[in-house]
Design a protein. Structure first.
Ligand code: CMC
Length: 391
Protein backbone atom coordinates (compact mmCIF):
# COMPACT_ATOMS: atom_id res chain seq x y z
CA UNK A 1 0.00 0.00 0.00
CA UNK A 2 2.85 2.35 0.82
CA UNK A 3 3.91 2.52 -2.82
CA UNK A 4 0.93 4.51 -4.03
CA UNK A 5 0.09 8.17 -3.70
CA UNK A 6 -3.41 8.45 -2.25
CA UNK A 7 -5.23 11.26 -4.05
CA UNK A 8 -9.03 10.80 -3.97
CA UNK A 9 -10.75 13.09 -6.44
CA UNK A 10 -7.36 13.63 -8.17
CA UNK A 11 -6.90 16.90 -6.31
CA UNK A 12 -3.13 16.86 -6.88
CA UNK A 13 -2.56 14.50 -9.79
CA UNK A 14 -1.73 15.47 -13.37
CA UNK A 15 -2.83 12.46 -15.42
CA UNK A 16 -1.39 13.57 -18.77
CA UNK A 17 0.39 16.28 -20.73
CA UNK A 18 -1.81 18.43 -22.97
CA UNK A 19 -1.39 21.41 -25.29
CA UNK A 20 -5.09 22.18 -25.70
CA UNK A 21 -6.32 24.23 -22.77
CA UNK A 22 -4.71 26.17 -19.93
CA UNK A 23 -6.59 27.13 -16.77
CA UNK A 24 -5.28 29.39 -14.01
CA UNK A 25 -8.02 28.87 -11.47
CA UNK A 26 -6.68 31.36 -8.94
CA UNK A 27 -6.85 34.22 -11.44
CA UNK A 28 -9.87 33.09 -13.46
CA UNK A 29 -7.92 32.52 -16.70
CA UNK A 30 -8.93 30.07 -19.46
CA UNK A 31 -6.93 29.79 -22.69
CA UNK A 32 -7.45 27.52 -25.71
CA UNK A 33 -4.26 27.17 -27.75
CA UNK A 34 -3.06 30.26 -25.85
CA UNK A 35 -6.06 32.41 -26.79
CA UNK A 36 -8.15 33.86 -23.91
CA UNK A 37 -11.71 32.55 -23.82
CA UNK A 38 -13.06 36.11 -23.68
CA UNK A 39 -11.37 36.95 -27.02
CA UNK A 40 -12.56 33.73 -28.64
CA UNK A 41 -16.12 34.37 -27.43
CA UNK A 42 -15.99 37.93 -28.74
CA UNK A 43 -14.13 37.54 -32.05
CA UNK A 44 -14.35 33.89 -33.04
CA UNK A 45 -17.13 31.34 -33.34
CA UNK A 46 -17.72 27.77 -32.24
CA UNK A 47 -16.49 25.99 -35.38
CA UNK A 48 -13.37 28.14 -35.57
CA UNK A 49 -12.67 27.25 -31.93
CA UNK A 50 -13.24 23.58 -32.80
CA UNK A 51 -10.61 23.90 -35.52
CA UNK A 52 -8.23 25.49 -33.01
CA UNK A 53 -8.73 22.66 -30.52
CA UNK A 54 -8.34 19.96 -33.16
CA UNK A 55 -5.37 21.51 -34.97
CA UNK A 56 -3.60 23.69 -32.41
CA UNK A 57 -3.87 26.87 -34.56
CA UNK A 58 -6.66 29.14 -35.72
CA UNK A 59 -7.55 28.46 -39.39
CA UNK A 60 -6.80 30.93 -42.17
CA UNK A 61 -9.79 31.97 -44.31
CA UNK A 62 -9.48 29.05 -46.74
CA UNK A 63 -8.97 26.49 -43.98
CA UNK A 64 -11.98 27.87 -42.15
CA UNK A 65 -14.23 27.61 -45.21
CA UNK A 66 -13.05 24.03 -45.84
CA UNK A 67 -13.57 23.07 -42.22
CA UNK A 68 -17.08 24.55 -42.02
CA UNK A 69 -17.98 22.79 -45.32
CA UNK A 70 -16.62 19.48 -44.03
CA UNK A 71 -18.53 19.69 -40.76
CA UNK A 72 -21.78 20.74 -42.42
CA UNK A 73 -21.44 17.87 -44.93
CA UNK A 74 -21.57 15.40 -42.03
CA UNK A 75 -24.60 16.80 -40.21
CA UNK A 76 -27.08 14.12 -41.34
CA UNK A 77 -27.32 10.87 -39.41
CA UNK A 78 -27.97 7.46 -40.93
CA UNK A 79 -31.71 7.07 -41.45
CA UNK A 80 -31.68 3.82 -39.45
CA UNK A 81 -30.75 5.84 -36.38
CA UNK A 82 -34.25 7.28 -36.34
CA UNK A 83 -35.44 3.79 -35.32
CA UNK A 84 -33.26 3.97 -32.22
CA UNK A 85 -35.11 7.08 -31.08
CA UNK A 86 -38.48 5.42 -31.56
CA UNK A 87 -37.43 2.70 -29.12
CA UNK A 88 -37.18 5.21 -26.28
CA UNK A 89 -40.11 6.35 -24.14
CA UNK A 90 -41.21 9.87 -25.09
CA UNK A 91 -40.37 11.04 -21.55
CA UNK A 92 -36.88 9.47 -21.41
CA UNK A 93 -34.27 11.90 -20.14
CA UNK A 94 -32.47 13.10 -23.30
CA UNK A 95 -29.07 12.41 -21.72
CA UNK A 96 -30.00 8.72 -21.42
CA UNK A 97 -30.93 8.76 -25.11
CA UNK A 98 -27.68 10.53 -26.05
CA UNK A 99 -25.54 7.95 -24.21
CA UNK A 100 -27.21 5.28 -26.34
CA UNK A 101 -27.33 6.90 -29.77
CA UNK A 102 -23.81 8.37 -29.68
CA UNK A 103 -22.37 5.00 -28.63
CA UNK A 104 -24.38 3.42 -31.45
CA UNK A 105 -22.67 5.59 -34.09
CA UNK A 106 -19.75 3.14 -34.00
CA UNK A 107 -22.04 0.53 -35.51
CA UNK A 108 -22.49 2.76 -38.58
CA UNK A 109 -18.87 3.85 -39.05
CA UNK A 110 -16.57 0.87 -38.97
CA UNK A 111 -13.56 3.03 -39.82
CA UNK A 112 -13.87 4.50 -36.30
CA UNK A 113 -12.54 1.21 -34.91
CA UNK A 114 -9.25 1.79 -36.71
CA UNK A 115 -7.98 4.25 -34.12
CA UNK A 116 -4.35 4.07 -35.22
CA UNK A 117 -5.15 5.66 -38.59
CA UNK A 118 -4.98 9.49 -38.24
CA UNK A 119 -7.35 10.02 -41.20
CA UNK A 120 -9.96 7.78 -39.62
CA UNK A 121 -9.53 9.54 -36.31
CA UNK A 122 -10.07 12.87 -38.03
CA UNK A 123 -13.22 11.79 -39.81
CA UNK A 124 -14.64 10.42 -36.54
CA UNK A 125 -13.94 13.80 -34.93
CA UNK A 126 -15.71 15.63 -37.77
CA UNK A 127 -18.67 13.24 -37.66
CA UNK A 128 -19.09 13.69 -33.92
CA UNK A 129 -18.97 17.50 -34.03
CA UNK A 130 -21.36 17.53 -36.99
CA UNK A 131 -23.89 15.01 -35.75
CA UNK A 132 -24.22 16.00 -32.11
CA UNK A 133 -26.63 18.92 -32.78
CA UNK A 134 -28.69 16.68 -35.07
CA UNK A 135 -28.94 13.95 -32.43
CA UNK A 136 -29.63 16.50 -29.70
CA UNK A 137 -32.49 18.05 -31.67
CA UNK A 138 -33.85 14.57 -32.48
CA UNK A 139 -34.07 13.87 -28.72
CA UNK A 140 -36.23 16.96 -28.31
CA UNK A 141 -38.44 16.23 -31.30
CA UNK A 142 -39.01 12.67 -30.10
CA UNK A 143 -39.96 14.00 -26.68
CA UNK A 144 -42.56 16.43 -28.01
CA UNK A 145 -43.83 14.13 -30.75
CA UNK A 146 -42.86 16.27 -33.72
CA UNK A 147 -41.18 14.97 -36.89
CA UNK A 148 -37.40 15.07 -36.96
CA UNK A 149 -36.10 18.03 -38.95
CA UNK A 150 -33.28 17.33 -41.38
CA UNK A 151 -30.26 19.60 -41.07
CA UNK A 152 -30.09 22.60 -43.40
CA UNK A 153 -26.48 22.98 -44.44
CA UNK A 154 -27.00 26.47 -45.82
CA UNK A 155 -27.30 27.66 -42.23
CA UNK A 156 -24.52 28.21 -39.73
CA UNK A 157 -23.82 25.46 -37.19
CA UNK A 158 -25.84 27.15 -34.45
CA UNK A 159 -28.63 28.42 -36.71
CA UNK A 160 -28.98 24.89 -38.00
CA UNK A 161 -29.31 23.56 -34.46
CA UNK A 162 -32.11 26.03 -33.66
CA UNK A 163 -33.76 25.20 -37.00
CA UNK A 164 -33.74 21.46 -36.14
CA UNK A 165 -35.05 22.22 -32.62
CA UNK A 166 -37.82 24.67 -33.40
CA UNK A 167 -38.66 24.31 -37.08
CA UNK A 168 -41.35 21.93 -38.34
CA UNK A 169 -42.09 20.84 -41.91
CA UNK A 170 -45.14 23.16 -41.86
CA UNK A 171 -43.52 26.14 -40.19
CA UNK A 172 -39.80 26.74 -40.27
CA UNK A 173 -39.27 30.36 -39.20
CA UNK A 174 -36.01 32.18 -39.89
CA UNK A 175 -33.70 31.85 -36.89
CA UNK A 176 -33.21 35.06 -34.89
CA UNK A 177 -29.51 36.00 -35.37
CA UNK A 178 -29.15 37.24 -31.77
CA UNK A 179 -30.34 33.87 -30.47
CA UNK A 180 -28.14 31.97 -32.94
CA UNK A 181 -25.11 33.98 -31.81
CA UNK A 182 -25.99 33.28 -28.14
CA UNK A 183 -26.33 29.58 -28.93
CA UNK A 184 -22.95 29.67 -30.64
CA UNK A 185 -21.40 31.29 -27.55
CA UNK A 186 -22.90 28.61 -25.32
CA UNK A 187 -21.30 25.92 -27.50
CA UNK A 188 -18.01 27.85 -27.64
CA UNK A 189 -17.83 28.47 -23.88
CA UNK A 190 -18.31 24.75 -23.25
CA UNK A 191 -15.87 23.59 -25.93
CA UNK A 192 -13.13 22.37 -23.62
CA UNK A 193 -12.07 22.55 -20.00
CA UNK A 194 -8.97 20.34 -19.69
CA UNK A 195 -9.14 17.26 -17.47
CA UNK A 196 -12.66 17.60 -16.00
CA UNK A 197 -14.50 14.42 -14.98
CA UNK A 198 -16.04 13.71 -18.40
CA UNK A 199 -12.87 14.45 -20.38
CA UNK A 200 -10.85 12.29 -18.00
CA UNK A 201 -13.45 9.57 -18.55
CA UNK A 202 -13.05 9.89 -22.32
CA UNK A 203 -9.27 9.62 -22.00
CA UNK A 204 -9.49 6.65 -19.63
CA UNK A 205 -11.97 4.85 -21.90
CA UNK A 206 -9.79 5.70 -24.91
CA UNK A 207 -6.65 4.41 -23.20
CA UNK A 208 -7.99 0.87 -23.61
CA UNK A 209 -8.16 1.39 -27.39
CA UNK A 210 -11.96 1.81 -27.40
CA UNK A 211 -13.47 3.56 -30.43
CA UNK A 212 -14.15 7.33 -30.25
CA UNK A 213 -17.95 7.04 -30.28
CA UNK A 214 -17.86 4.66 -27.29
CA UNK A 215 -15.44 7.01 -25.50
CA UNK A 216 -17.63 10.05 -26.10
CA UNK A 217 -20.71 8.09 -24.94
CA UNK A 218 -18.80 7.43 -21.69
CA UNK A 219 -18.07 11.17 -21.47
CA UNK A 220 -21.77 11.98 -21.94
CA UNK A 221 -22.68 9.55 -19.15
CA UNK A 222 -20.24 11.28 -16.81
CA UNK A 223 -21.33 14.77 -17.80
CA UNK A 224 -24.90 13.92 -16.82
CA UNK A 225 -24.13 14.07 -13.07
CA UNK A 226 -25.39 17.16 -11.19
CA UNK A 227 -21.92 18.01 -9.88
CA UNK A 228 -20.73 18.32 -13.52
CA UNK A 229 -22.84 19.16 -16.58
CA UNK A 230 -26.13 18.43 -14.85
CA UNK A 231 -25.60 21.61 -12.82
CA UNK A 232 -27.12 23.90 -15.49
CA UNK A 233 -30.39 22.00 -15.20
CA UNK A 234 -30.12 22.06 -11.40
CA UNK A 235 -29.55 25.85 -11.42
CA UNK A 236 -32.84 26.52 -13.14
CA UNK A 237 -34.71 24.07 -10.92
CA UNK A 238 -33.18 25.83 -7.91
CA UNK A 239 -34.17 29.31 -9.17
CA UNK A 240 -37.71 28.07 -9.78
CA UNK A 241 -37.84 26.51 -6.32
CA UNK A 242 -36.62 29.73 -4.69
CA UNK A 243 -39.46 31.42 -6.53
CA UNK A 244 -39.11 34.98 -5.22
CA UNK A 245 -36.27 37.25 -4.12
CA UNK A 246 -37.71 37.17 -0.57
CA UNK A 247 -36.87 33.47 -0.23
CA UNK A 248 -33.19 33.85 -1.12
CA UNK A 249 -31.96 34.22 2.47
CA UNK A 250 -33.50 30.86 3.41
CA UNK A 251 -31.62 29.14 0.59
CA UNK A 252 -28.35 30.90 1.39
CA UNK A 253 -28.73 29.66 4.99
CA UNK A 254 -29.41 26.12 3.72
CA UNK A 255 -26.30 26.24 1.52
CA UNK A 256 -24.17 27.22 4.52
CA UNK A 257 -25.70 24.63 6.86
CA UNK A 258 -23.36 21.63 6.93
CA UNK A 259 -26.13 19.32 8.12
CA UNK A 260 -28.13 20.18 4.99
CA UNK A 261 -26.92 18.57 1.72
CA UNK A 262 -28.27 21.53 -0.30
CA UNK A 263 -25.66 23.40 -2.34
CA UNK A 264 -26.10 26.58 -4.27
CA UNK A 265 -26.12 25.21 -7.81
CA UNK A 266 -23.96 27.12 -10.28
CA UNK A 267 -21.52 28.18 -7.56
CA UNK A 268 -18.09 26.79 -6.85
CA UNK A 269 -15.61 24.98 -9.02
CA UNK A 270 -12.83 22.49 -8.42
CA UNK A 271 -10.32 24.61 -10.31
CA UNK A 272 -11.62 28.20 -10.32
CA UNK A 273 -11.15 29.89 -6.99
CA UNK A 274 -12.09 33.15 -8.66
CA UNK A 275 -14.80 34.23 -11.12
CA UNK A 276 -15.18 31.61 -13.86
CA UNK A 277 -14.25 33.67 -16.97
CA UNK A 278 -16.93 31.82 -18.93
CA UNK A 279 -19.58 32.98 -16.44
CA UNK A 280 -18.75 36.64 -17.19
CA UNK A 281 -19.32 36.13 -20.94
CA UNK A 282 -22.45 34.10 -20.21
CA UNK A 283 -23.83 36.92 -18.07
CA UNK A 284 -23.35 39.49 -20.86
CA UNK A 285 -24.91 37.11 -23.38
CA UNK A 286 -27.81 36.54 -21.00
CA UNK A 287 -28.47 40.30 -20.83
CA UNK A 288 -28.38 40.53 -24.67
CA UNK A 289 -30.81 37.65 -25.16
CA UNK A 290 -33.28 38.86 -22.54
CA UNK A 291 -33.19 42.38 -24.01
CA UNK A 292 -33.75 40.99 -27.53
CA UNK A 293 -36.75 38.98 -26.33
CA UNK A 294 -38.09 41.76 -24.11
CA UNK A 295 -37.62 39.59 -21.02
CA UNK A 296 -35.44 42.03 -19.04
CA UNK A 297 -37.86 41.77 -16.13
CA UNK A 298 -37.74 37.99 -16.01
CA UNK A 299 -38.30 37.01 -12.33
CA UNK A 300 -35.74 34.20 -12.52
CA UNK A 301 -33.11 36.66 -13.69
CA UNK A 302 -33.94 38.93 -10.77
CA UNK A 303 -33.45 36.01 -8.36
CA UNK A 304 -30.21 34.99 -10.11
CA UNK A 305 -28.77 38.52 -9.94
CA UNK A 306 -29.66 38.97 -6.27
CA UNK A 307 -28.35 35.50 -5.41
CA UNK A 308 -25.07 36.27 -7.12
CA UNK A 309 -24.77 39.59 -5.30
CA UNK A 310 -25.48 38.07 -1.87
CA UNK A 311 -23.15 35.12 -2.45
CA UNK A 312 -20.31 37.42 -3.55
CA UNK A 313 -20.69 39.46 -0.34
CA UNK A 314 -21.29 36.61 2.12
CA UNK A 315 -18.22 35.60 4.23
CA UNK A 316 -19.00 31.85 3.77
CA UNK A 317 -18.77 32.11 -0.03
CA UNK A 318 -15.82 34.52 0.10
CA UNK A 319 -13.83 32.31 2.46
CA UNK A 320 -14.50 29.16 0.41
CA UNK A 321 -13.89 31.08 -2.86
CA UNK A 322 -17.26 30.05 -4.30
CA UNK A 323 -17.95 32.17 -7.39
CA UNK A 324 -20.63 31.73 -10.04
CA UNK A 325 -19.55 29.14 -12.61
CA UNK A 326 -20.40 28.69 -16.31
CA UNK A 327 -23.68 26.97 -15.52
CA UNK A 328 -25.13 29.81 -13.50
CA UNK A 329 -26.28 31.95 -16.44
CA UNK A 330 -26.39 29.45 -19.32
CA UNK A 331 -29.70 27.99 -18.07
CA UNK A 332 -31.43 31.37 -18.07
CA UNK A 333 -30.30 32.01 -21.66
CA UNK A 334 -31.48 28.60 -22.82
CA UNK A 335 -34.82 28.95 -21.07
CA UNK A 336 -35.33 32.32 -22.76
CA UNK A 337 -34.53 30.77 -26.15
CA UNK A 338 -37.24 28.20 -25.46
CA UNK A 339 -35.05 25.19 -24.76
CA UNK A 340 -36.57 22.95 -22.07
CA UNK A 341 -34.56 22.34 -18.90
CA UNK A 342 -33.93 18.64 -19.53
CA UNK A 343 -32.10 19.55 -22.77
CA UNK A 344 -29.56 21.82 -21.04
CA UNK A 345 -26.99 19.13 -20.33
CA UNK A 346 -27.38 17.77 -23.85
CA UNK A 347 -26.37 21.20 -25.13
CA UNK A 348 -23.36 21.20 -22.80
CA UNK A 349 -22.48 17.77 -24.24
CA UNK A 350 -22.84 19.08 -27.80
CA UNK A 351 -20.42 21.94 -27.16
CA UNK A 352 -18.00 19.74 -25.17
CA UNK A 353 -17.79 17.06 -27.87
CA UNK A 354 -14.90 18.82 -29.57
CA UNK A 355 -12.96 18.92 -26.29
CA UNK A 356 -13.56 15.23 -25.66
CA UNK A 357 -12.52 14.20 -29.14
CA UNK A 358 -9.55 16.58 -29.26
CA UNK A 359 -8.23 15.14 -25.97
CA UNK A 360 -8.83 11.61 -27.19
CA UNK A 361 -6.97 12.35 -30.42
CA UNK A 362 -4.12 14.06 -28.58
CA UNK A 363 -3.73 10.99 -26.40
CA UNK A 364 -3.84 8.47 -29.25
CA UNK A 365 -1.40 10.55 -31.36
CA UNK A 366 1.26 10.34 -28.65
CA UNK A 367 2.75 7.46 -26.68
CA UNK A 368 0.23 6.47 -24.00
CA UNK A 369 -0.49 3.71 -21.56
CA UNK A 370 -3.76 2.18 -20.47
CA UNK A 371 -5.11 4.17 -17.51
CA UNK A 372 -5.04 1.91 -14.52
CA UNK A 373 -5.14 3.58 -11.08
CA UNK A 374 -4.31 1.55 -7.99
CA UNK A 375 -6.07 1.70 -4.63
CA UNK A 376 -5.47 1.60 -0.90
CA UNK A 377 -7.05 -1.69 0.12
CA UNK A 378 -9.10 -1.33 3.32
CA UNK A 379 -10.94 -4.68 3.32
CA UNK A 380 -10.28 -7.92 5.22
CA UNK A 381 -6.88 -9.54 5.30
CA UNK A 382 -6.77 -13.14 3.98
CA UNK A 383 -9.16 -15.53 5.77
CA UNK A 384 -10.50 -19.02 5.24
CA UNK A 385 -13.74 -19.63 3.42
CA UNK A 386 -16.71 -20.33 5.76
CA UNK A 387 -19.20 -22.99 4.66
CA UNK A 388 -22.77 -21.82 4.11
CA UNK A 389 -24.18 -23.67 7.17
CA UNK A 390 -21.52 -22.10 9.44
CA UNK A 391 -22.22 -18.41 8.62
N1 CMC B 1 -22.83 25.72 -2.19
C1 CMC B 1 -22.48 25.67 -0.88
N2 CMC B 1 -21.29 25.23 -0.44
C2 CMC B 1 -20.42 24.77 -1.36
C3 CMC B 1 -20.71 24.78 -2.73
C4 CMC B 1 -21.97 25.28 -3.14
N3 CMC B 1 -22.29 25.30 -4.43
N4 CMC B 1 -19.67 24.28 -3.42
C5 CMC B 1 -18.74 23.97 -2.51
N5 CMC B 1 -19.19 24.28 -1.27
C6 CMC B 1 -18.44 24.12 -0.01
C7 CMC B 1 -18.40 22.65 0.42
O1 CMC B 1 -19.46 22.33 1.28
C8 CMC B 1 -17.05 22.59 1.09
O2 CMC B 1 -17.20 23.12 2.38
P1 CMC B 1 -16.28 22.55 3.61
O3 CMC B 1 -14.87 22.87 3.23
O4 CMC B 1 -16.78 23.29 4.79
O5 CMC B 1 -16.55 21.06 3.66
C9 CMC B 1 -16.19 23.56 0.30
O6 CMC B 1 -17.10 24.50 -0.28
C10 CMC B 1 -15.37 22.90 -0.81
O7 CMC B 1 -16.27 22.14 -1.60
P2 CMC B 1 -15.88 20.74 -2.26
O8 CMC B 1 -17.12 19.97 -2.56
O9 CMC B 1 -14.84 20.07 -1.42
O10 CMC B 1 -15.21 21.25 -3.61
P3 CMC B 1 -14.98 20.41 -4.91
O11 CMC B 1 -13.89 21.05 -5.63
O12 CMC B 1 -14.86 18.96 -4.60
O13 CMC B 1 -16.37 20.58 -5.70
C11 CMC B 1 -18.06 21.44 -7.12
C12 CMC B 1 -16.57 21.47 -6.74
C13 CMC B 1 -18.27 22.17 -8.45
C14 CMC B 1 -18.51 19.96 -7.33
C15 CMC B 1 -18.89 22.09 -6.00
O14 CMC B 1 -18.49 23.44 -5.82
C16 CMC B 1 -20.40 22.00 -6.23
O15 CMC B 1 -21.01 20.99 -5.87
N6 CMC B 1 -21.02 23.07 -6.86
C17 CMC B 1 -22.42 23.05 -7.18
C18 CMC B 1 -22.62 22.26 -8.46
C19 CMC B 1 -22.14 23.02 -9.68
O16 CMC B 1 -22.47 24.18 -9.87
N7 CMC B 1 -21.39 22.32 -10.56
C20 CMC B 1 -20.95 22.88 -11.83
C21 CMC B 1 -19.47 22.95 -11.95
S1 CMC B 1 -18.97 23.95 -13.34
C22 CMC B 1 -19.45 23.06 -14.73
C23 CMC B 1 -18.64 21.85 -14.93
O17 CMC B 1 -17.41 21.93 -15.09
O18 CMC B 1 -19.22 20.78 -15.01
Amino acid sequence: NGYFTYDPGFMATAACESKLTFIDGANGVLLHGGYPIEQLADKSDYLETCYLLLNGELPNAEQKTDFVDTIMRHTMVHESLTNFFRGFRYDAHPMSVMVGVVGALASFYHDSLDINNPEHRQISAHRLIAKMPTLAAMCYKHHIGQPFMYPDNSLSYSENFLHMMFGTPCDDPKVNPVLARAMDKIFLLHADHEQNASTSTVRLAGSSGANPFACVAAGIATLWGPAHGGANEAVLEMLEEIGTVDNIDTYIAKAKDKSDPFRLMGFGHRVYKNFDPRAKVMKETCDEVLAELGLDNDPLLAIAKRLEQIALEDPYFIEKKLYPNVDFYSGIIMKAIGIPTEMFTVIFATGRTVGWIAHWNEMISNPYKIGRPRQLYTGHTARDFVALDKR
